[in-house]
Design a protein. Structure first.
Length: 121
């Protein structure tokens, strides 16, 4: 489990205040909702479409089940199976939707804490 970051930034949304770490990750994944996701996506210049939401909801469901952010390989497997594409095609699709990658974009927008063992690039 990550410890709380030293630098926090508060953001006031319509129905709640959220706290972000110095890299823009939500510090409490439990307060995530669609408004939070839209805010975080806008900070990354990403307009969320149906497939973004499908992936984010898959990630959130996995988080609810396992209590941690799932590894990218599970998202790739989900995309491969659902859309009948190979692993390379799934990875291309994921990076088309989240150009800076799984951790920097998908995990952040899904409201996960920044994974400590993964690069942010």
């Amino acid at each position: 489990m990550r410890t709380q970051p030293e630098v926090l930034r508060d953001v006031h949304l319509s129905d709640r205040t959220i706290w972000l770490d110095q890299h823009g990750y939500l510090t409490d994944p439990e307060i995530w909702n669609q408004e939070v996701a839209r805010y975080l996506a806008a900070q990354e210049q990403i307009e969320l479409g149906d497939l973004h939401w499908e992936i984010l909801n898959f990630m959130r469901d996995a988080y609810a089940d396992k209590g941690i952010a799932v590894d990218q390989r599970f998202v790739l497997k989900y995309l491969s199976k659902k859309y009948g594409i190979d692993k390379a095609g799934a990875k291309d699709k994921l990076y088309e939707l989240f150009p800076s990658g799984y951790v920097k974009h998908a995990c952040k927008i899904a409201g996960m804490r920044q994974p400590r063992a993964w690069s942010t690039g």
